[in-house]
Design a protein around this ligand. Structure first.
Ligand code: MG
Length: 396
């Protein structure tokens, strides 16, 4: 039992996560006198090293490509803002939403998805014949890595590895997990955070909400960053019904509005409507499902959702961004170089572990130690290390 009687839980809906009913921490700790368990989790995330690294990690555009693009840090703050705003309306636990949102991308490699894919390939394609030790079987998944950061990799506390967060926060951090890795996790922690990936069911409403807030945030900010970068134009965006609808509405409200203010106003209207859509749809689903507590939530299909119409319109936007931004030749070219940085680094550290700080070089499973070391790097540190070890300048 945690945080009983703390005022923050007053006013929560019966299906919200109540810190007083938390499934607890892996290593039991006394309660904090002034904070609920979830507030404490949020604070631990903010103070951890991996959180500070997010400021120098790529969301879509590399950190050094411009000062105004989103980074993993500003993305995480936007997810927390959207999530909390929706949570308050639905009387869900804002503190838990904030803790999950701020932690959800802690496991991301440098260079975004390019780095993750490269690292996964490195781990999957090594074999003892290459002179490397065999893959430990986990591969690289960024959601799982986020969980490993908070469970194992942070070294701050005298009594345990990781941040020792509550079950509910860890459950939200593990947003996706392959079946193979879920089986491994379930062996380590029976009926734990991976259970739902094997036997079905849903995470808490707060975790479901962070999932959707993540999507709302990146769809909106990738339009903004895409236009800012010059890779997307407002004319191109006219083909996306969702965006065009709000652009026209902004113009109807402010005839003559143009340029960046028009873009911002259209995105602002789109964000607001998506938030209201989630709140309305989720309220309806909650009423229809008659869930009365968190256990019933976990046994139900997903309840936090867009309406069907908004889901379809959002899907069109996502496809547009995939085709025109994430697969833009300029982004793909950067992606190729980023993949090379990661796989070159992997090879170098495998051949010569002494190039890593001592603590990493001494770990039992070398390939995993190398992957963890690289995953923790910021974009610019990875680029500098690559120049130091390989001599090639891939990002002048
Ligand atoms: Mg995210």
């Amino acid at each position: 039992m945690t945080g009983a009687g703390i005022a923050a839980s007053v006013g929560l809906a019966p299906y919200a996560s109540d810190p007083a009913l938390s499934r607890g921490r892996r290593y039991p700790e006394p309660e904090a006198p002034t904070r609920t368990a979830y507030q404490r989790d949020r604070d631990r995330v903010i103070h951890c090293t991996a959180f500070r690294r997010l400021v120098y990690k790529t969301q879509v555009f590399l950190n050094h490509e411009g000062d105004l693009f989103r980074t993993r840090l500003t993305h995480s703050l936007e997810v927390a803002q959207l999530g909390r705003s929706i949570a308050r309306s639905l009387r869900l636990n804002e503190d838990l939403v904030e803790a999950i949102a701020l932690a959800h991308d802690l496991g991301h490699t440098p260079f975004g998805h390019a780095g993750q894919d490269a690292l996964n390939d490195c781990l999957r394609h090594r074999s003892p014949q290459d002179g490397h030790d065999a893959d430990d079987g986990w591969g690289f998944e960024h959601n799982l890595q986020s969980l490993r950061v908070v469970d194992e990799l942070e070294e701050r506390y005298p009594a345990f590895d990781g941040l020792n967060l509550c079950f509910e926060t860890r459950e939200g951090v593990l947003k996706h997990c392959s079946r193979a890795n879920a089986l491994r996790l379930e062996q380590q922690e029976p009926s734990g955070v991976a259970w739902r990936f094997l036997y079905g069911g849903s995470p808490s409403l707060e975790a479901q909400l962070c999932n959707l807030a993540d999507e709302i945030a990146y769809n909106a900010h990738d339009i903004d960053d895409g236009v800012r970068s010059g890779l997307l134009s407002m004319e191109q965006l006219a083909e996306v019904e969702l965006f065009e609808h709000y652009r026209r509405r902004a113009l109807a409200n402010y005839p003559g509005l143009a340029g960046r203010r028009l873009l911002f106003e259209a995105i602002r209207l789109m964000l607001s409507d998506q938030v209201y859509d989630v709140i309305d749809t989720t309220r309806e689903r909650l009423a229809a499902s008659r869930v009365e507590n968190v256990d019933a939530v976990r046994a139900s299909p997903r309840l936090v959702a867009f309406s069907d119409g908004m889901r379809e319109r959002t899907q069109v936007l996502k496809t547009f961004l995939l085709r025109n931004l994430y697969r833009h030749p300029q982004v793909m070219e950067t992606t190729q170089r980023a993949r090379r940085v990661v796989s070159d680094l992997f090879d170098r550290y495998m051949d010569k572990p002494s190039e890593m700080p001592e603590a990493h070089g001494q770990r039992q499973h070398q390939a995993r130690a190398v992957a963890d070391y690289i995953a923790g790097m910021t974009d610019r540190f990875a680029i500098r290390e690559h120049e130091r070890l390989v001599g090639a300048v891939l990002f002048p």
